[in-house]
Design a protein around this ligand. Structure first.
Ligand code: EPU
Length: 430
C-alpha cells in the first residue's frame, strides 16, 4: 500500500513551479473530440485524471502521442461515439465532457455516469437540461446517460438554474459545432471556462462572453486542429500558498496567474500574511507575522473556491481563535474533518459550517486522504504537526497534484512516498 509519510515541523521556503490546470485540461482534452485533425496541448499536468482521460479517448479511437512530459498530440479524427469504457469513465468526474463532444459532433452520445470526489449528491440535471435544449433526447438508464438527436445538436437559449462549471462547459462544447446560435445564461465564470472557450476559438469556434455569466456561441460546421497551452492550476497554486502559511514559511509560486488567485490571496492578506504579486508569480511570507482567525464562505468564481476549503481549514487549525468556513457549493465536503480531528484539531461541522477552534498544536496520526482536496489539506496539517504522519489512499491526491512530494521536498519539507506492506488482517475468522 502506498502512503505519504511526513515529518512535520519544517517551514516551507523557496520557489515552486505550478503545473497546468486539471479543471481546464480535462474539458479541453475531451473538446478535442470535436476536432477532425491534430491538436497539440501544452502544459498538461502529470496527474492520473489526465491519464484516465487519454485512455478513455484512446478507447474510442483517438490517437494520442506524448511529445514531452507535459505536451501531447491528440488526434480524434477517427473516434466513434457511444462506446467509451464504463469502468474508466466512472473513475473520474471530468469524463462527462465526452457527452458534449460526442453529442456536438455526432448528434449522439452514450457515456457511463461520472465518478469523482464524494461530496454527497452531485446531480447532472443541468447538463441534461442543456442537452435537451440543444434538441437532444436524454435517457439515463443502467448507469449510462444517452443523448440522441436525429438531426444533430441545434443552437438554443439556455438559462441554468444552478451555476455549474461542468454544465456550462459541456453545453459550450456541444454548442460550438451545433447548427445555429446558442446563448448560455447564468453561466459559470471560472478561468477554466475561459480557457476552454479560448481553445475552441483557436480551433475555429465562435464563442464570446466566456468569463461572464452570459456566453454566446455561433455554431460552426467544423473545427480544425491547433496548438494550445493550458492555463496554470489556481488550486495547486493556492494550496502551496496555504501550506506556506500553515508552516509560517515563505514560498514563491511561479507560473501562475495572480488574478485567478485574488480571492485566496486577499483572504491570506486579511489574515496578516505578506503577499507580493509579480507578472506570473505570487510570493507569500508568514515568517514574522502572527496570523489572525478569519471567516470564509465558498462561492462560484470569483468567490472563494470550494476546492480551497479543506486547505483553509487545515491552516485555520494553526491560528488562534475561532474561525468559520461556510461551504456554499457542496452539501457534504466535510469528510476531511474527522481526519483532522485524529490529528488533534478542535474542529466540528454544524450544518454547512465548519467551526475551527484554532491554535492547539496538531500532532501526527495515521490518516486517510478521503478525497483530492481533503488529501492535500491533510498534507498541510501534517507539515504543521509534531511527529510523523502517515497518509493512506494517496492515489486520491495524485488525481490532481503533479509530483506533490517532490515539490514539497524542494521547499524543505520532510515528505516521502513509501510502499508499505498491507496491514495484516488480525481479525479472527469465525
Ligand atoms: N449541480 C447541480 N446540477 C448539475 C450540476 C451541478 O445541482 O447539473 C450543483 C452541484 O451539486 C454543486 C454545484 O452545482 O452543488 C456546483 O457544481 P459544478 O457543476 O460547478 O461542479 P462540477 O462541474 O461537478 C467542477 C470541478 C470541481 C469543483 C467544482 C466547483 C471538474 C472536473 N470538477 O465540478 O473540482 O469543485 O467544479 O468549482 O472540473 C476538484 O478539483 O477537487 C473538484 C472537485
Amino acid at each position: 500500500m502506498k502512503k505519504i509519510v511526513i515529518n512535520g515541523g519544517h517551514k516551507l521556503t523557496g520557489e515552486v513551479e505550478i503545473s497546468g490546470s486539471k479543471n481546464a485540461a480535462l474539458p479541453i482534452i475531451y473538446a478535442c473530440g470535436l476536432v477532425k485533425g491534430k491538436c497539440v496541448l501544452e502544459n498538461i499536468p502529470e496527474i492520473s485524471d489526465i491519464t484516465y482521460s487519454f485512455e478513455i479517448l484512446k478507447g474510442i479511437g483517438a490517437k494520442i502521442k506524448m511529445l514531452d512530459r507535459t505536451t501531447y498530440e491528440v488526434d480524434c479524427t477517427d473516434i466513434q461515439p457511444c462506446c467509451s469504457d464504463y469502468d474508466m469513465v466512472r473513475k473520474i468526474r471530468g469524463s462527462y465532457y465526452l457527452l458534449g463532444a460526442e453529442f456536438g459532433r455526432f448528434g449522439r452520445s452514450k457515456v457511463g455516469m461520472p465518478g469523482g470526489c464524494n461530496f454527497g449528491v452531485r446531480p447532472i440535471d443541468q447538463h441534461i437540461k442543456g442537452f435537451e435544449a440543444l434538441g437532444g433526447n436524454a435517457v439515463t438508464e443502467g448507469g449510462y446517460v444517452e443523448i440522441t438527436s436525429e438531426s444533430g445538436a441545434k443552437g438554443a437559449n439556455i438559462y441554468f438554474d444552478v451555476t455549474s462549471v461542468g454544465a456550462t462547459l459541456n453545453i459550450m462544447i456541444a454548442a460550438a459545432v451545433a447548427d445555429g446560435d446558442t446563448v448560455i445564461e447564468n453561466a459559470a465564470r471560472e478561468p477554466h471556462i475561459v480557457d476552454c472557450a479560448n481553445f475552441l476559438n483557436t480551433c475555429g469556434a465562435r464563442i464570446s462572453g466566456a468569463g461572464s455569466d452570459v456566453i454566446k456561441i455561433k455554431g460552426v460546421k467544423e473545427l480544425h486542429g491547433c496548438t494550445y497551452a493550458i492555463i496554470p492550476d489556481m488550486i495547486e497554486a493556492g494550496s502551496f500558498l496555504v501550506a506556506a502559511a500553515a508552516t509560517r514559511g515563505w514560498v514563491r509560486v511561479n507560473n501562475c496567474i495572480p488574478k485567478h488567485l485574488e480571492s485566496i490571496t486577499a483572504k491570506l492578506e486579511e489574515m496578516g500574511a505578506q503577499i507580493e504579486e509579480f507578472d506570473d508569480a505570487v510570493q507569500i511570507s508568514c515568517e514574522d507575522v502572527e496570523l489572525k482567525k478569519t471567516n470564509v464562505k465558498t462561492l462560484p468564481y470569483p468567490g472563494f473556491p470550494t476546492d480551497m476549503h479543506p486547505q483553509m481549514s487545515a491552516l485555520l487549525c494553526t491560528v488562534n481563535g475561532t474561525s468559520y468556513i461556510n461551504e456554499g457549493i457542496y452539501e457534504n465536503r466535510f469528510r476531511y474533518v474527522e481526519e483532522l480531528k485524529r490529528m488533534g484539531a478542535k474542529i466540528k461541522v454544524d450544518g454547512r459550517i465548519v467551526v475551527i477552534e484554532g491554535g492547539t498544536q496538531l500532532s501526527a496520526a495515521p490518516v486517510e486522504a478521503t478525497d483530492l482536496r481533503a488529501g492535500i489539506a491533510i498534507m498541510i496539517a501534517a507539515l504543521a504537526a509534531n511527529g510523523q504522519t502517515e497518509i493512506s489512499e494517496i492515489s486520491r491526491i495524485e488525481r490532481g497534484y503533479a509530483d506533490i512530494c517532490e515539490k514539497m521536498r524542494s521547499l524543505g519539507a520532510d515528505v516521502k512516498k513509501v510502499d508499505l506492506p498491507d496491514p495484516v488482517d488480525t481479525r479472527i475468522a469465525n
